[in-house]
Design a protein around this ligand. Structure first.
Ligand code: NAD
Length: 311
């Protein structure tokens, strides 16, 4: 039987709608809407799309979204100066610096910029203060993608307590905070990564399997316990015919899409997993829209918490 489709796009629409009274109440009291500043350095085409989506979403729900561009030649000091200016601007509740930053800013530029953001405005939840709060189970602003995944599990009422959750990927952005959110919901959590031995066997013990790897179709049916819930975080664009042919059987939906458009989006989970899993997120239309909804939610939360802190 095909897995139940966990419709992230539909949940995202509902979650955004649920935020409208909070946005209206804040705007009423503060005399201005919650404000999100998005910093985009350079001209990465994928970043352009992500940033446009985030700003359009907050704008469509009555918040103020503003884009601050830096040229690809900008220095780290210029990026830090912009962050300092946004930290000092009281009408800005959330600051989001789109990664990747241009190579010219240096290897540790992202961490330095994230560290410079006022933790109260850190809607990405990447600042060490917010990571620490999450570790201690007193979260304020939590990384949007794992927060979206956890919210999906909650809303779909998928049992987590006492279940075995396996997270593939240990990034600061997805894997680690995802594992913590599952732990705080009383799952027994295993974190897997590129050095894990016998990965398929470990994954087959999972009641909930989260894939955040960045490799198209990597999680095949032999990784999945029949009936398990599978959350596919990966977003990979395939535009190579040989890769598409190797991954997708002739006549399959992804192969047909590839042949029509010359490219196709694929998660880290192979579409054949649908025949084994009990429930599964699609790509696109799964975790991606939830991430954007959580940007809106964190912007509203940051605005409310900042107002409450002022008294
Ligand atoms: P990352 O590159 O920082 O981390 C990838 C992780 O996968 C690493 O921890 C690594 O150990 C693990 N890994 C790599 N190869 C492996 C292997 N062969 N076996 C086991 N583990 C392996 O990536 P990230 O930022 O965590 O993102 C992961 C994926 O999620 C990417 O496809 C990214 O595009 C996607 N993503 C999606 C959203 C969204 O909104 N849906 C948001 C962020 C990231």
């Amino acid at each position: 039987m095909a897995a139940r489709r966990l419709d992230g796009a539909a949940w995202a629409a509902r979650l955004r709608e649920e935020l409208t009274p909070r946005i209206a109440a804040f705007t009423d009291t503060a005399g201005r809407p919650p404000g999100l500043a998005v910093v985009l350095a350079g001209d990465n085409p994928a970043s352009e799309i992500y940033v446009r989506n985030k700003i359009a979403t907050v704008g469509a729900h009555g918040c103020r979204g503003e884009l601050f561009r830096l040229p690809a030649t900008a220095t780290l000091d210029e990026a830090l100066a912009l962050v300092a200016r946004l930290n000092a601007d009281d009408s800005v509740d959330g600051i989001l610096v789109q990664s990747p930053l241009p190579d010219g800013m240096g290897r540790d530029a992202e961490q330095r910029v994230f560290d410079a953001i006022d933790p109260a405005k850190d809607v990405d939840g990447f600042h060490a203060v917010n990571v620490g709060r999450l570790v201690q189970k007193r979260p304020a602003l939590v990384a949007c993608t794992p927060l979206g995944c956890a919210t999906l599990l909650d809303r779909e009422e998928i049992p987590v307590r006492g279940r075995h959750a396996v997270v593939i990927g240990r990034s600061d952005i997805v894997g680690k905070p995802m594992a913590l959110l599952l732990l705080h919901r009383d799952a027994t959590v295993t974190i897997c990564h590129s050095r894990t031995q016998d990965l398929p066997a470990v994954c087959r013990t999972a009641d909930i399997l989260v894939a955040a790897i960045g490799r198209p179709g990597f999680v095949t049916p032999d990784f999945v316990k029949p009936g398990a819930t599978v959350i596919d975080v990966g977003i990979n664009r395939i535009d190579d015919a040989a890769v598409a042919a190797a991954l997708f059987a002739e006549g399959s939906a992804k192969r047909v899409q590839f042949e029509k458009k010359g490219s196709v989006l694929c998660g880290d989970v192979h579409p054949d997993v649908e025949a084994v899993a009990g429930a599964m997120t699609p790509v696109p239309g799964g975790v991606g829209p939830l991430t954007i909804a959580m940007v809106l939610q964190n912007t509203v939360t940051a605005a409310e918490l900042r107002a409450a802190a002022r008294g």
